[in-house]
Design a protein. Structure first.
Lengths: 201, 201, 201
């Protein structure tokens, strides 16, 4: 198992849990929770792979990803049912931001392997990181959080994709580039929510 | 023409009619009715084929599928216009459930051919059966029926995909596996609506 | 650069501007404007290429398309911010109709190259022309304009795809077929909006 796989698995775990929490908050049953968690965790990477024509898709050859997502969905449902956890909107901001940074790194890393240009690599980082959440919100019939004014979200994925690309190009080191990417996304996202930072344009 | 094609055609016909009825109930014109019927009937199989990299897509090499869907859409529009049929929500439950069982069977059958693992085969059965309806509801700006609490829907596709897989593996017979799949989806769906059966979790 | 590329670039420019205007009217920031403009301009062609298995996607090998869309999005945002332009719903009807005709032509032209049947070619023209707008409306959580009763929209793409196919087949000339396609879409769309023309069925 490569380092990239391990980072990917952490990203999947983070997004599965945030997806499952969102679905559970909307009162869905286990099948709904699993499907929403799956879409959130795999939607962005699937779109990236389809756009880049990378087959088999990153999760098709790995049934353990599907089974793992199912187990995490059941666990999240059980915990939320029996612990009566009331989760506010804010509760998923940090795990979501960590997932955002991990997925930006994975997205840019995969895309670099295919030898495409810098703008495409950054765009694929952003798509990998944000599109699962966009699909989740579309399916739940909401305006995707990414497009709501007044918070940086896609901008965080954009910034952390660029940071990953720069650190990776400068040092050639995957781990430090991923760490920088995750830190960028998390810090930028938390600051944005806390101090209401928005883009001037 | 293979047996699988014939089952596929029945599934397409069922979902085309349910899609056309839904579009007509929302007051759409013929082009809208055709597009919604097309998305409902071909959306799930298209996503399955894109995920599995099965090209050409199952309907690209078959213009008769497109023409047939157009004719069925016109027929449904005409019947609903001149017979002034008022269709309740319940009217499409049985044809929709039959389509669900047929598509689950087709989805699992195609996926088995590509030699992927059991979890992927079941997931593809569910996607083939449900995703056309998900797309239809997304395009009509509704929360997809699949995610509404209080009814089994994806669960029916899930159960009938597993039933198809088991009967097919045990007997090797495509017809009896399909029949079992359709019966599972239809009975489970009707019982769920009639007796308000829901998942415990 | 081929003639088809030049027509494609004009289509991209038209749809980028209409997408950016729509996003700006909803109060989105620059990242949101760029993403919506990108989805509007590239969504239909991307779906067409994925369905036809034409890789690399038409924009992957052309980073200048991505950069150009970004520059146009910034320019549109700046103009709308500092000129305080209030754009009515009607303001984008003509550029949108021109884009519709251009994209129908490009969609049919690409599809003819792959040697598929007439119904598929027309369907791909319609998908190329309309699906970017469908995705834009879905992401903004609206019923896609294409499905609202009382205006011809998909019908315009349908008519101009057929006109392109016929003129191209009759004359073999790409330019006159494109001109006829654009005129068909624009005239039909303007008449439909002005005189409330709808389909009888």
């Amino acid at each position: 198992m490569s380092l990239l796989n391990i980072i990917e698995i952490f990203g999947i775990a983070f997004f599965t849990v945030t997806g499952a929490i969102e679905a559970k908050r909307r009162g869905m049953d286990l099948v709904g929770v699993f499907v929403i968690a799956f879409i959130t965790a795999f939607g962005g990477g699937t779109l990236r792979d389809v756009i880049l024509n990378r087959y088999p898709l990153f999760w098709i050859a790995k049934p353990e990803y599907i089974v793992g997502t199912l187990i995490l969905s059941i666990a999240t449902s059980l915990v939320m049912k029996f612990r009566h956890i009331k989760l506010s909107d804010r509760a998923i901001i940090v795990p979501d931001a960590v997932g955002l940074g991990l997925y930006s790194a994975v997205g840019v890393a995969y895309t670099i392997q295919t030898g495409v240009s810098f703008p495409v690599a950054i765009l694929m980082g952003v798509i990998t990181a944000t599109f699962g959440g966009v699909l989740r919100d579309i399916v739940c019939n909401e305006v995707p959080v990414i497009f709501k004014r007044g918070q940086l979200y896609a901008t965080c994925a954009f910034a952390s994709s660029i940071v990953y690309f720069l650190v990776r190009t400068a040092t050639g080191d995957h781990i430090s580039a991923t760490a920088a990417s995750v830190m960028t996304a998390t810090i930028l996202r938390i600051f944005s929510v806390k101090y209401d930072i928005t883009l001037p344009l």
